[in-house]
Design a protein around this ligand. Sequence first.
Ligand code: CA
Length: 270
Amino acid sequence: MHRQYKLVGLASALLAVFVPVTVFAASTVTVNTTESQGWTKDPLYADNRPGGTLEITDTYGAPEGFGTSSLEIGTLTGAAKSQLAHPLATPVKLADLNELSYSTYRSSTSTSVPESQLPAINLVIDYNGPDQAGGFSTLVFEPVYQEGGAAAINEDAWQSWDAAGDAIWWSTRSIPGAATQSTYVTLNAIKAANPDATISSYIINQGSGNAGLYAAVDAFNFNGTVYNFELKPFKATSKEQCKNDGWRNDFVTVYKNQGDCVSSVASNKN
Ligand SMILES: [Ca+2]
């Protein structure tokens, strides 16, 4: 399992060339902070504006199977914007994007209208590929444009969205197959019209234009790597958890060393 994880961590382009990505079972990666496992709020990659908040909390819980916490996102004003980006050191061909999904939660404390607003997925692309100049655009997935529309979106509930294949997307710039921001087309159609396109970053985005939206995201799947946004547990509950630098990395509690972690587990047994 560990070996497989390492393979998935290699440059995706290599995988795409030599091995179909689909032969790998999905691997789940736990994300304990917004600056880990390849995710970042760094302004080089993510556009965060005043009034936007983005942090891992247990406020809205998590979808089933994804722990007890998630990525909580707020945009207080219409100008606010919250983004968590996952730049790719080696761009992934859009044609090789086979799995893309996430779960969202819209709190009923939200005042944003329409009530169908939710965090979106953005893909930063080079639609004509690296061998041609230009080609920048951002593809956008929003649940409200999917089959079922606004009526399918519930408050105070976790909902899962498949953004791959026949899911509906739009492009921030004019690209082949999606001429305007109001052209809503399937991802498959965009792939077909832009065979050389590459993805340089995938982003969880909320705002601008989402004044008073209080929401959360979890279970983000990019091509089989599933990110579980999850608060660090306060302390270890088994000796196993202390091993492999777990004592150092995996808990809020600061242990002196692995032995300290193990003895803490032992002393909490009763
Ligand atoms: Ca979670």
